[in-house]
Every structure is written in C-alpha cells, then in structure tokens.
Design a protein around this ligand. Structure first.
Ligand SMILES: [Cu+2]
Length: 198
C-alpha cells in the first residue's frame, strides 16, 4: 500500500562555526507519489472539424492503495446537452468506429455496445456524461475502473485505448436487464487516442 504522507523531517545539525546553527531540511516525497502517471488525448470531431478538445488523465494512489485516475476533458463545438463519454478499447480514431467497444479488460470482457449480454454500464471504461453549454463542455471525474500504469486495468494494453464522446447522453441502462440500443450514447461525435505523457 502506498504511503502518501509527505515526509517533512527537521534535521538538526549542530555545526560549530563561530556558533551553533540548526538546519531544517524537508525531504521531497518520491516523484511517483506526487505526479503519478500522466496521459492525454487530443479530441477531434468524428465528422465535424469544428469539434476540438483535449483530455488529461493522471493516475494517483488512494490512501488504500487503489489506483485512481483523475480525468479532465474539455470540448468545443458539440451540440448543447449531455453526451456520453467512455474509454474505448482501441487507440484508433480514424474512423471513430475503429475505437471499438468499451474498454473492459475483464473478467467478462463484453465490450460490444448494444448487445444483449454486454456489460454496460459496468465496463472499465464507462465514465459519466459531459454537459455542453453554449458549445463548450468540461468534465472533471475520477475513475478507479481504469489505470494508466501497467496491469490488468491499464488503458495502455497492446492496442491502446481512446476516449469517445457520443451524440446522446448515456442513460446508464443495464443491458443485462433490458436491451436498449443506443442507451450508451448512440453515434460517435468525437474521439481522441490516449497517449502516455510521462
Ligand atoms: Cu462509448
């Protein structure tokens, strides 16, 4: 379990140079505990070049040792209202359908949207809606379902991952109970391949 407590230690070193001095030293925490792993995605419209945006992702350990990923997304040019946002399973955006289904490394691995047995809204990559007002949307959210560092939840598997913003809001419907095509947001408005930043 990671210990995020900042280690600030007063080190008193008696130095005899015409007197007694006390030196206070504050030890810096390890870089990995303060900055974590970072990633970003340049978001572009799937068919509308006026749609632009960016996503930043940063992983940090929780006090309990769980990997948390803080996600910040800004987008311009989409229609006003709520839009579904997910991490999709393939790091491809050309065309946006190449991003595949929702990131869901397992154990179920049922990533295909709109199928009777798929795992929505419990995929690893399922996030929350972004709301666009006057053409501008911003989302700040945190997920423990994905990771940026290596491991089973990592978005950096062998074919990478992408962020998709859909045309419609995610209704978070459970497809296991009732098949509702399009309830995860329908068609794809924007996409960004997630790339490692540090
Ligand atoms: Cu999606």
């Amino acid at each position: 379990m990671a210990n995020r407590t900042r280690a600030c230690v007063n080190v008193r070193l008696p130095i005899l140079v015409g007197g007694l001095f006390f030196v206070a030293a504050c030890a810096s925490p390890p870089v990995s505990e303060t900055t974590g792993v970072g990633a970003r995605a340049e978001i572009r419209g799937c068919g509308d070049s006026d749609v632009t945006g960016q996503a930043t992702l940063r992983e940090r350990p929780s006090e309990e040792g769980v990997k948390l990923v803080d996600i910040s997304i800004e987008v311009r040019g989409l229609s006003d209202g709520k839009h579904a946002v997910h991490v999709h399973e393939t790091g491809q955006c050309e065309p946006c359908s190449a991003a595949g289904g929702h990131h869901d490394p397992g154990p179920f691995g049922k990533s295909t949207p709109d199928a009777p047995d798929y795992n929505h809204p419990f995929h690893g990559g399922d996030l929350v809606n972004i709301e666009v007002v006057d053409g501008y949307g911003m989302l700040e959210t945190t997920s423990s379902r994905i990771a940026l560092s290596s491991g089973r939840l990592s978005v950096f598997d062998e074919d990478g991952s992408a962020i998709i913003i859909h045309t419609n809001p995610d209704a978070y419907c459970d497809q296991e109970d009732e098949l509702t095509p399009g309830c995860a947001g329908g068609s794809r408005d924007a996409c960004g391949v997630i790339v490692l930043e540090n």
